[in-house]
Design a protein around this ligand. Structure first.
Ligand code: ZN
Length: 265
């Protein structure tokens, strides 16, 4: 039997943990949250994800037969020690309020694992603005947002892609946060999903990239106050993406001075 793919589910885990992170509210206020919105973005999150989003995602992946561990920002080295990364084929990443608290050293470490080591990285929702995703993309990764709990319709536009396996032609998220174009990322190698929002915007919601030996997938859905990571289609995308992003076992990257393979006259 083939060894299971080893997944580390990483979560910032501040929204779901406001007692420990009183300053998360101040941070969110800085981002323009106010009143009930602000309360919802902390206490409200606990009612949706009492043990954190990572728990829900990890439970699903375990049920799919993956070997799963979780890691969070507050752990030493953010839970992403060399040993943990040695044992990680695919890393999923969710962050929002504390991107700036992720140490550059760990970002560099994860980047090298993807680029040189072939580890897969799946950036979820607001991880579009994480240090690691921005470093992998090399662009601002900015986009439009609106919190109006409106409907999103996600269309599969690359029907043969493994990340679309088992999905219908489109699926809907009844209440979501809007992300709108322009999404300042490089053109994806493959665009698997496009979203339409009730307010009229569209968005590239499922973007595949190759970076060195590694594969990167960006998946848009997953706002902290809404139960999107309980929705079967969203979970199917995440497990499909883990399988797709797992290391392919291609050759090492070899750089620098190189002797000729044939005799040169
Ligand atoms: Zn969000």
């Amino acid at each position: 039997m083939a060894k299971p793919i080893r997944v580390t589910v990483w979560n910032e885990f501040w929204h779901e943990n406001p007692e420990r992170h009183a300053d998360v509210k101040a941070r969110l206020a800085n981002y323009g949250f106010s009143g009930e919105r602000l309360l919802n973005a902390t206490e409200g999150v606990q009612s949706v994800y009492p043990d954190g989003m990572h728990k829900v995602i990890a439970d699903h992946l375990r049920a799919q037969g993956f070997a799963v561990r979780t890691a969070t920002l507050d752990e030493p080295e953010h839970g992403l020690t060399e040993t943990v990364l040695d044992e990680t084929d695919v890393l999923t990443w969710w962050g929002h309020a504390a991107h700036d608290q992720v140490s550059d050293e760990i970002v560099e470490r994860v980047h090298e694992r993807v680029n040189m080591g072939g580890m897969g990285l799946i950036a979820l929702h607001s991880a579009h603005y994480s240090k690691i995703f921005k470093k992998l993309m090399g662009t601002s990764c900015m986009l439009k947002t609106r919190e109006a709990d409106e409907k999103e319709r996600i269309w599969v536009i690359e029907q043969g892609h493994p990340i679309a396996a088992g999905l219908p032609e489109y699926f809907e998220i009844p209440q979501t946060e809007m992300y709108g174009e322009p999404f300042d990322v490089p053109a994806p190698d493959t665009l698997v999903f496009v979203s339409w929002f009730q307010g009229g915007e569209i968005f590239r919601s499922g973007c595949c990239y190759h970076r060195g030996r590694g594969k990167v997938f960006y998946f848009r859905p997953g706002h902290e106050t809404l139960p999107i990571y309980y929705q079967p289609e969203a979970l199917t995308v995440i497990s499909n993406a883990v399988r797709w992003a797992a290391p392919s076992g291609g050759p090492e990257l070899v750089f620098g001075d190189h002797p000729p393979l044939e005799k040169l006259d």
